[in-house]
Design a protein around this ligand. Structure first.
Ligand SMILES: Nc1ncnc2c1ncn2[C@@H]1O[C@H](COP(=O)(O)OP(=O)(O)OP(=O)(O)O)[C@@H](O)[C@H]1O
Ligand SMILES: [Mg+2]
Length: 557
């Protein structure tokens, strides 16, 4: 009997392996640019034609290759980057498999030009894995790889390529991600001679973001930086008020390697809890550094995933990183998008201690700023700090303060409620009565002691006391209607949802006149909150107008 099993010819095996590495033009670009970066390039130039379907060319000024190395480079499992499996631990290069060049060369008309010294050079041509020629070439130090007629010999794959625009977009994305990973390297990308990306080398990651996505976007970001144990996280997170439901950018890098990890992105989003509107998706750029033995990079055919030894630790630290970045007042929204980040001293000098006007609002020691505050349109509170003008929305600010207070009450001892001299009786619909029943312990903790009376009527014995003009009956009616109507439905956590609904209804409203004392009290509370710059609906509580900006506008600088 003839054997049924036979070893595949190399060319066929290469093409099958290529299926994992080379999916579309963008994956070719990714592999070639990674090689250029691994070769120590300071500048990488990428050109494509017809979405990369007819031509892809990547040139670098890296270390280049000798002729012998160039010939080896297109053989499978030929790599200069590791020598044994141990070297995979903490591998610092993008490449380590020795797969990319042979895979690409097996499904295209491939040309490699390289020189290690700018004097001797090699040109090598391969078509569908077949070496067609090796010759001398004159060029500067570095390497240029040209890939023509991708998938010319695998028509099935060629058919799966998308329209030119879609393939071009995928190439732009691939280059963008690597350009984010390496701000210290210059990148250009042209598509049919049109320049799509042109960014110079920089030491400032934010310059790179600015170069790729523009100034307006870069200015919606606040820096993040946090270290815990072996893990360091740096990067940028978008201000909650500037996040939108669509079109966000989320990129995670581990030890310089771009990876796809929805869990890390979700952990970062969890850091936005209570500051962002449900459905809004903040942009995130996170660079994780941790020792090589804490990750395994060899778990995905295109190296798009890594495995963490302690995934939960990583997720927790990422969440904290984002949380910490949103806490300082520097995370407050700028007056306009071109505004400078706020770096002011918010105390305005001395802080006086006084009896609280907003007794319900959390911190037991009421600190009061000593500076003058002006109320505009009975809605906005304006004051000066050392470095500019702060404008606070009185409702949003009070909402944030009450939210944090309510969370403490719900998870701690509850609020010091005020016993009503004359108990209130209120009527509710059956659905609302159900909501009251369901939330009775939470209502009690924020200060509402409610008892069924008869039929649809309840009696309220105690009520919270968040500010002097608080209307306990109206607040309860609104709160219960929200709870019954499923408002704040996007909130995952029940306590947080309740606290946000309560804060929204109990807070002073826009259009309410405040005395100077009340304004000082409110601002004092806000400035000592944990997340002072963001309200609970994804809006800012504070907008900042830097003094610099005033000086610029009035021509004083
Ligand atoms: N632009 C370049 N400059 C200098 N050397 C290069 C360049 N591109 C490839 N090489 C050399 O060719 C070898 C093979 O490249 P290839 O991309 O196939 O494998 P790799 O990068 O080692 O691993 P991987 O398959 O994971 O990318 C590399 O190890 C490197 O030594
Ligand atoms: Mg490679």
């Amino acid at each position: 009997m003839t054997p049924r099993i036979a070893i595949l010819p190399d060319a066929v095996a290469d093409q099958i392996a290529a299926g994992e590495v080379v999916e579309r033009p963008a994956s070719v670009v990714k592999e070639l640019v990674e090689n250029a970066l691994d070769a120590g390039a300071r500048s990488v130039r990428i050109a494509i034609e017809d979405g990369g379907k007819t031509l892809i060319r990547v040139s670098d000024d890296g270390e280049g290759m000798s002729r012998a190395d160039a010939e080896l480079a297109i053989a499978r499992h030929a790599t200069s980057k590791i020598r044994s499996a141990v070297d995979l631990i903490g591998v610092g290069t993008f490449g380590f498999r020795g797969e990319a060049l042979p895979a690409i060369a097996s499904v295209s008309r491939f040309e490699l030009e390289t020189s290690p010294d700018g004097r001797s050079g090699t040109r090598l041509r391969v078509a569908g894995a077949k070496l067609e020629g090796v010759e001398d070439a004159v060029r500067q130090r570095g390497t240029t790889v040209t890939v023509r007629a991708l998938f010319f010999n695998t028509p099935a794959r060629r058919k799966f390529l998308r329209a030119q625009a879609a393939e071009t977009r995928a190439v732009v994305d691939a280059v963008t991600v690597l350009a984010l990973a390496r701000p210290d390297v210059a990148f250009t990308l042209t598509s049919d001679e049109r320049t799509l990306i042109d960014v110079p080398a920089t030491t400032e990651p934010l310059d790179r973001v600015h170069g790729l996505w523009g100034r307006a976007f870069a200015e919606t970001l606040v820096p993040v930086a946090h270290r815990e144990g072996p893990l360091e996280v740096t990067g940028f997170a978008q201000r909650p008020a500037q996040a939108k439901p669509a079109g966000r950018k989320a990129h995670v890098f581990v030890h310089g390697r771009p990876i796809r990890d929805p869990f890390i992105v979700r952990a970062a989003e969890a850091g936005y809890r209570s500051t962002i509107a449900p459905g809004d998706r903040p942009s995130l750029l996170l660079f994780l550094e941790l020792p090589g033995d804490a990750i395994d990079v060899n778990v995905h055919p295109a190296k798009l995933e890594v495995r963490f030894r302690d995934k939960f630790f990583v997720e927790r630290v990422v969440e904290e990183t984002v949380r910490n970045a949103l806490a300082p007042l520097a995370a407050a929204a700028p007056f306009q998008d071109s505004g400078q980040p706020w770096q002011g001293d918010w105390s305005g000098g001395s802080i006086a201690r006084q009896e609280a006007f907003f007794p319900e609002s959390g911190a037991t020691d009421a600190t009061r700023p000593a500076f003058d505050i002006l109320q505009l349109f009975e809605t906005y509170l304006v004051f000066q700090s050392d470095s500019g003008v702060a404008i606070v929305d009185q409702h949003s600010a009070h909402e944030r303060v009450l939210y944090e207070g309510a969370m403490r009450q719900l998870t701690g001892d509850g609020a010091p409620a005020q016993r009503l001299l004359l108990p209130l009786t209120l009527e509710f619909s059956p659905a609302e009565l159900d909501a009251i029943d369901e939330h009775r312990p939470l209502l009690q903790r924020v200060g509402y002691e409610i008892e069924p009376f008869s039929g649809r009527t309840v009696v309220i014995h105690t009520a919270p006391n968040p500010h002097p003009r608080f209307d306990a009956a109206q607040c309860l009616q609104e709160l219960v209607a929200d709870l019954a109507g499923g408002r704040f439905g996007g909130w995952a956590n029940r306590l947080e949802r309740f606290a946000a609904t309560f804060a929204c209804r109990a807070a002073i409203k826009a259009g309410q006149h405040l005395s100077p004392e009340e304004m000082r009290e409110l601002i004092g509370r806000l400035l000592t909150a944990t997340l002072p710059a963001h309200d609970v609906h994804g809006r800012p509580t504070i907008v900042q107008l830097p003094k610099d900006e005033l000086e610029r506008r009035f021509g004083r600088t």
